[in-house]
Design a protein around this ligand. Structure first.
Ligand SMILES: [Zn+2]
Ligand SMILES: [Zn+2]
Length: 291
């Protein structure tokens, strides 16, 4: 059985209709692991034919809003979907507080539904079993979900610290997820000889064009915020070079900045074939790949 990737959202914090918040599922056909819950991840799960109640565990790379805010919707839909046990959640330091906050935000809703539906719903509501993980630049096993081994490694998304990438392995197949990062030793270790790397992807030249366009229409505030994003997302060419050095076989671009449409894909990846010689895919929401 292969190890598959389902891209749910391939966008960034800024909402656009064609690339939703960063989120993906790793599955071997039996076990389903949700990595990050970016905005509208739960909608995408339903569209992908993966019911929220079928998810076995959730992993958070880091706690930026674009990777987390759909957790409330996910927990509610999973619960009303009939699950009667706590969801295992893994993430960096701060994950317990965040999960508790989402549960508190939904506390009135949870009570209304329990009062209304009685024991048709699990009284545990949105309960989660949260593990805050620790990892450095070397890969370390943090969980086994079904038959899938999960390793974590620290990446460089400063000032967001800690921020992690994950590597999922089963029967010699491997999928690494970069998380949000600049090229760094942790990612090099995490992606070493991986069958697939799902990679944070920013095209700096296209970002600069977008920033200039925003300035030209007077939106200097948003242009300035986008400029700050250059600090903690690397140019895609540097990431592709790292993937080559790591020996990655298939590089899947996600977290796409700026949020290009299909007609811009060739421009987005221009020059990458000079630095990365494996298979290259510009990811779309709801696209699936097998490792
Ligand atoms: Zn981030
Ligand atoms: Zn992000």
């Amino acid at each position: 059985m292969s190890l598959d990737l389902i891209l749910l959202g391939t966008g960034s914090p800024v909402h656009v209709g064609h690339r939703f918040g960063p989120s993906q599922v790793i599955t071997d056909g039996t076990t389903r692991i949700l990595v990050d819950t970016g905005w509208a991840a739960t909608v995408r799960l339903v569209q992908a034919g993966v019911p929220p109640q079928s998810i076995d565990a959730v992993f958070f790379t880091h706690l930026h809003s674009d990777h987390t805010t759909d957790l409330a919707d996910f927990l509610v839909m999973r619960w009303v979907g009939g699950v009667r046990q706590a969801i295992p959640i893994y993430g960096p330091e701060g994950t317990k507080r965040m999960v508790h906050g989402f549960q508190e935000a939904m506390a009135a809703d949870t009570k209304y539904r329990l009062d209304h539906h009685g024991d048709k719903l699990w009284p545990g509501g949105l309960a989660a079993d949260v593990t805050e993980i620790e990892a450095g630049e070397e890969r370390v096993e943090v969980a086994r979900i079904g038959d899938i081994v999960v390793e974590a490694y620290e990446v460089d998304h400063r000032p967001v610290k800690p921020a992690y990438g994950f590597r999922f392995e089963k029967d010699g197949r491997s999928i690494a997820i970069s998380g949000d990062t600049n090229p760094c030793r942790g990612l090099l270790n995490g992606a070493r000889d991986a069958d697939m790397l799902v990679c944070d992807s920013m095209n700096v030249a296209m970002m600069r064009q977008l920033e200039e366009r925003l300035r030209s229409i007077g939106n200097t505030a948003q242009a300035s915020l986008l400029e700050d994003a250059h600090d903690y997302h690397a140019d895609i060419k540097d990431m592709a070079a790292l993937a080559q050095e790591a020996g990655v076989k298939h590089l899947v671009l996600s977290h796409i900045l700026p949020a290009i449409v299909d007609e811009q894909a060739a421009q987005f990846v221009v020059g990458l074939d000079a630095v990365f010689h494996g298979k290259l895919s510009v990811g779309h929401d709801l696209e699936r790949f097998s490792a």
